[in-house]
Design a protein around this ligand. Structure first.
Ligand code: DP6
Length: 363
């Protein structure tokens, strides 16, 4: 598939006033995306677990109009959020040639997150993918209204992922589950820079219902946004090495996922998390998103693993929160450890229990 395949056809009809709703999850990368080029294209391949409980629900109300510009309002938990509107406007501008009806309707976008707004959990992956899916649902309605060629489920998901990527890179990995790859790699058939695809190889039952408990270490606004961080990879002295490392880790993960080798899995996943933060610390300007409690938690996970032989491990995204990953078979034991030893390092003792999920749902 190429960019051209996603261009909009002319719509012969318009829709009456109506609404569409989708729920879309967050995701957590095992091999990290950090560095992009062109129009939201990744410098390396990444792979993520799709989550389940952390999600965004979006309803898009639409009404035909004849004026020439975009018209929309964004509401979060029922309250107008003008602060989000410039980001949506930029998104609409980027996707206009792929979704040609954007100026034909007045939109009201109502969105809620299952996780607390200021939890430090990025809502861009779940939020942008939910909006992309709502727009695809409208496209589907428009096409059937004009008896145009029907959309296959596969194309629907691909284009939703393609659009979500233009809103936020990691959002393209939130349409489906449980394991999604983004970024072309010859070893992974059908992988693409343009959209996420389902991981195509065998996955060992060890990874079924894999658990992710998200420890909320710092709920404040990030000092450096992901977009700024990605841009700092352009002049970064270790950039090329990092992109090669990520692709090498992706390849190493293939037999690990197949054989269910949890020790090797831990090494790759933790190394990826620390390499991501090492890139931040060695950017110019440099920055640190981890907090003292992030390091405390990491050290306690390492001690616990050493003492008990547990296969619990951690990963990080672009923030101070810690994702604690572990097999379902260790659920009781690790949960007990989290409550006894790790919750003390969370802001207001807050954490979110999640697990691998299957992807977005139409509501
Ligand atoms: C550290 O997808 O938030 O979570 O494309 O600029 O919106 P933009 O960036 P974003 O970057 C997320 C990076 C990461 C790693 C990952 O999810 O792979």
């Amino acid at each position: 598939m190429s960019k051209k395949d996603f261009l909009s056809k002319l719509y012969l009809n318009t829709l009456e006033k109506g609404q569409v709703s989708w729920q879309s999850p967050s995701n957590i990368a095992l091999v990290k995306y950090w560095g992009k080029y062109g129009e939201q294209l990744p410098k390396n391949t990444s792979i993520s677990f799709t989550l389940s409980n952390c999600h965004t629900k979006t309803t898009l109300f639409y009404e035909p109009k004849t004026t020439e510009d975009y018209e929309f309002e964004v509401y979060l938990d029922g309250k107008r959020e003008e602060g989000f509107e410039p980001k949506i406007l930029k998104f609409f501008d980027r996707i206009e040639k792929f979704i040609r009806f954007l100026k034909d309707y007045r939109f009201r976008l109502e969105t809620t997150n299952s996780f607390p707004h200021s939890s430090g959990i990025a809502s861009s992956a779940s939020g942008m993918s939910a909006l992309a899916l709502c727009l695809m649902e409208m496209e589907l309605r428009l096409r059937s209204a004009t008896f145009e060629n029907e959309l296959t489920k596969e194309f629907f998901n691909q284009k939703a992922s393609f659009l979500a990527r233009l809103g936020s890179g990691s959002a393209c990995r939130s349409i489906e589950g449980p394991l999604i790859v983004w970024g072309e790699l010859p070893e992974i058939p059908n992988s693409s820079n343009l959209y996420g695809t389902k991981y195509p190889f065998e996955v060992h039952p060890n990874f079924e219902n894999y658990q992710d408990t998200i420890l909320l270490v710092d709920k404040g606004e990030k000092q450096v946004s992901s977009t700024v961080g990605h841009n700092l990879m352009h002049e970064h002295p270790f950039a090329e090495e990092r992109f090669a490392q990520a692709n090498a880790n992706m390849k190493k993960l293939i037999p690990v996922l197949k054989e269910g080798n949890l020790d090797a899995f831990i090494k790759i996943v933790e190394s990826e998390a620390l390499s991501l933060h090492a890139m931040m610390m060695t950017s110019m300007p440099y920055f640190i998103l981890m907090k003292p409690n992030t390091l405390e938690i990491i050290n306690r996970i390492w001690s616990f693993r050493k003492e008990t032989g547990s296969k619990v491990c951690f990963t990080l995204d672009a923030g101070a929160n810690v994702h604690v990953l572990y097999p379902e078979s260790e659920k009781a034991q690790v949960y007990d450890f989290i409550k006894k030893e790790l919750v003390a390092y969370c802001q207001n003792s807050q954490y979110i229990c999640d697990q691998i999920g299957k992807g977005a749902k139409k509501l």
